[in-house]
Design a protein around this ligand. Structure first.
Ligand code: ADP
Length: 248
């Protein structure tokens, strides 16, 4: 293992992703270089269609790149079989989506246990309960998703994503479906995961307030990193940069 691979949680090296062929081809990512340090919180912003989702999916190994290389936790994804890639995602990557994506028939506790079960491990009940307590839901362990508010469901999803202590947690608009108070709870939890547990977090968001919780904001435009801010970042400064990009 090289020194760079130890020091970075995720690297995109000249990553391009093209959809379709010939004249109809769309270049969603155009030779993007990004290095994400461990225990950092990165926000990804940009106008609609700028490549944010594609970047997140490629960086998480959910989508294959057209050219370039993605390295997660020191492992280059290019040479991996589908099976090895699935295992790497399961063991080293956590995901939180806008739509929570919990299993409706399972309780909060069972949802949090799920990644451990899928990895063939016997869930440690204390560990799972501690995880639920950490997201403020110790007293909701037996509730199904339909018995929880949106904010509570997203906190279960965060507990589920963090329970296997992934090298990186990717969050795709995690506050997009939540009201202001619930959004703040979710952002506080992501910030805590970074500060208290040295978790690495990469989050796509449209919301300058959400992005201001990060240490660094990457701004995409036309599939390229057009600008970036490094912390402490403030929501007003982020909104100005976004407005400039929207005008391009
Ligand atoms: P964002 O998340 O910033 O809105 P996306 O990454 O979703 O941007 O999309 C970037 C570009 O790639 C857009 O032009 C979009 O239409 C195109 N794109 C994304 N996914 C696909 C796909 N599966 N097939 C064809 N084009 C796609």
């Amino acid at each position: 293992m090289t020194i760079t691979s130890i020091r970075t949680a995720v690297e995109l090296r000249s990553v391009s992703r093209t959809y379709g062929h010939g004249p109809a081809a769309v270049t969603a990512l155009d030779r993007v270089d990004v290095t994400i340090a461990p225990a950092s919180f990165t926000a990804v912003m940009g106008p609609s269609g700028s490549g944010k989702s594609t970047l997140l999916h490629c960086a998480a190994g959910l989508d294959r790149v057209t050219s370039g290389e993605v390295v997660i936790d020191g492992v280059p994804l290019g040479g991996l079989s589908e099976r090895a890639l699935t295992r790497l995602r399961r063991d080293r990557v956590g995901f939180v989506f806008q739509a929570f994506n919990l299993i409706p028939a399972l309780s909060a506790e069972q949802n949090v246990e799920l990644p451990l079960r899928l990895a063939g491990k016997r869930p440690d009940r204390d560990e799972v309960r501690a995880m639920l307590a950490e997201v403020g839901l110790a007293d909701r362990a037996g509730h199904r998703p339909s018995e929880l508010s949106g904010g509570q469901q997203q906190r279960v999803a965060i507990a589920r994503a963090l329970v296997s202590r992934p090298a990186v947690l990717f969050a795709d608009e995690p506050t997009g479906a939540l009201d202001t108070a619930a959004s703040r709870d979710v952002l506080r939890l992501l910030r805590l995961a970074v500060d208290r547990h040295a978790q690495t977090v990469v989050m796509v968001t449209h919301d300058p307030y959400a992005a201001a919780q990060a240490d660094r904001v990457l701004f995409l435009a036309d599939g390229r990193v057009a600008d970036q801010l490094t912390g402490p970042v403030d929501a007003a400064g982020i909104a100005v940069r976004m407005a400039r990009l929207e005008e391009r």
